[in-house]
Design a protein around this ligand. Structure first.
Ligand code: FES
Length: 172
């Protein structure tokens, strides 16, 4: 038998979301300067965390990291050729969350095809293409950590391009 309660709940949620969006749009048009300033301050300030030194990396060998805090595991990779979002002299150093965007299972790296793979429901993400999803249940690409390199070869994470699974804000 079909469950109508779920359908109704979804419709209510949709309407509630629509009303909230409309209210938000109206509020945005009449926002006082103090409110606008407070909203700007509410933006996420990412920490600049040192992840490793370039000398610590071996091509196509994943290094476990965490960013922006210890509860957000990730992987740091030197892929051996310039890729989207890559830093360093070869433009090949990237980092990603290893929490699957679908339901947060911990993913593992496949050196064979440079992908991150989820054991939960088999979503796969391309590390050479900015964490683009190439298969599975997830509905968005993988969160990529934004990196920089200083003149000593230290690699820093400075931000994230997607929401980490399970969070309402990347920085808690
Ligand atoms: Fe990764 Fe479902 S938790 S595909």
């Amino acid at each position: 038998m079909k469950c109508n309660k779920l359908v109704d709940a979804g419709r209510r949620q949709f309407l509630r979301g629509g009303m909230a969006a409309t209210a938000g749009a109206v509020a945005a048009t009449v926002m006082a300067p103090e409110q606008a300033k407070a909203q700007a301050l509410a933006r996420v300030d990412y920490p600049a965390n040192r992840l490793a030194n370039i000398a610590d990396l071996v091509v196509n060998e994943p290094m476990d990291i965490a960013y922006p805090d210890a509860d957000s595991p990730g992987v740091l990779l030197k892929l051996g050729q310039a890729v989207e979002g890559g830093v360093g002299p070869d433009g090949d150093i990237v980092a990603f969350s290893v929490l699957c965007p679908h339901k947060g299972w911990l993913m593992s790296y496949s050196a064979e095809d440079m992908t991150l793979n989820c054991p939960g429901h088999h979503s796969r993400f391309d590390c050479e293409a900015g964490g683009q999803q190439i298969w599975g249940h997830a509905t968005n690409n993988l969160a990529q950590f934004l990196l920089s390199l200083d003149d000593k070869g230290d690699i820093y994470a400075n931000g994230i391009d997607e929401l980490i699974y399970g969070r309402l804000s990347n920085v808690l």
